[in-house]
Design a protein around this ligand. Structure first.
Ligand SMILES: Cc1cc2nc3c(=O)[nH]c(=O)nc-3n(C[C@H](O)[C@H](O)[C@H](O)COP(=O)(O)OP(=O)(O)OC[C@H]3O[C@@H](n4cnc5c(N)ncnc54)[C@H](O)[C@@H]3O)c2cc1C
Length: 248
């Protein structure tokens, strides 16, 4: 199947690629992409999950979710069924598979918190960190604990936290925050806030958001990322680490 990642990805940049529709039986080392809301897909051996992994069900007292399910759909389901712990998904683009692989979240709320198993394997078999999960197989489905009490107030708090985020197309935070520091502050200090690289640039609203001003390319993103890393290392000795995934 042909996917034009410049249309799928939230940054509206990417290549047109022939991708494989992947299930548990035909998987053969493809890199699985979900909604590309954290990924710049410029090339590679790409797979997307079969539609059968788009489901939400309650089974044996657990919430069982296919990895192709959108974050939005799970958010709506948990809200409707008064389930706690998924409030941070309210404005989080992406799929459950991508969110698990990224251990996506806000502040102390992360998708791994309520997780019980991935592909029927206990969560304890995997190592999670800040926007990180050590797993060498695709996430096909996952199970989560069911705790009662969807928290509307939390949704409001998360909404407020996003007030300083730009509306232009992006992949969210470009870099992880280094320990004890903020990537956005460092980018600003090295003079890159609001600076453009071709069609993309570090947003004047939030410097850690690399935004597409309309005609950005993969090369523009790579140039911007490379320059930010170079400057921050030169000035502060800090190695910025991409949060976004660049797939060439
Ligand atoms: C405006 C905006 C705001 C954002 N805010 C946040 C935020 O607050 N917190 C946060 O954590 N993130 C945030 N993000 C980033 C993004 O939304 C999350 O990382 C999201 O969970 C990615 O899901 P996806 O399906 O789009 O993943 P993709 O971009 O498709 O993939 C991300 C990574 O996961 C891998 N992957 C995808 N699906 C699977 C699978 N089924 N099995 C194994 N690996 C897989 C990919 O290979 C890639 O390495 C934001 C993004 C945007 C655009």
């Amino acid at each position: 199947m042909i996917i034009d990642f410049s249309k799928l990805s939230t940054i509206l940049i990417g290549s047109k690629l022939d991708v494989k529709i992947v299930n548990e039986d035909n998987y053969n080392d493809e890199l699985i992409i979900g909604r590309a809301s954290n990924s710049l897909v410029c090339g590679g051996n790409i797979g997307v999950l079969d539609d059968k992994y788009n489901f939400i069900e309650i089974k044996n007292g657990l919430l069982r979710v296919g990895a192709k399910t959108s974050n939005r759909a799970l958010y709506n389901f948990t809200k409707k069924n008064n389930i706690a712990g998924f409030e941070f998904l309210s404005k989080l683009p992406g799929s459950i598979g991508g969110s698990i692989k990224m251990n996506a979240g806000m502040k102390s709320y992360e998708i791994s918190n309520n997780l019980v198993s991935i592909n029927s394997k206990n969560k304890n078999k995997f190592k999670f960190g800040y926007r990180y999960l050590d797993i060498n197989e695709p996430v096909f489905y996952a199970e989560f604990e069911i705790k009662e009490g969807f928290n509307v107030k939390l949704v409001e708090d998360f909404k407020n936290m996003r007030k300083n985020q730009p509306n232009l197309p992006s992949l969210g935070s470009a870099f992880k925050n280094p320990e004890g520091n903020y990537a956005g502050a460092l980018i600003e200090k090295v003079g890159l806030k609001g600076i453009k690289f071709g069609g993309v640039g570090f947003s004047e609203i939030h410097a850690n958001f690399l935004v597409n001003y309309g005609n950005g390319s993969c090369e523009d993103v790579i140039n911007a990322i490379t320059e930010a890393k170079k400057r921050v290392f030169k000035e502060f000795g800090i190695e910025l680490q991409e949060e976004i995934k660049i797939i060439l």
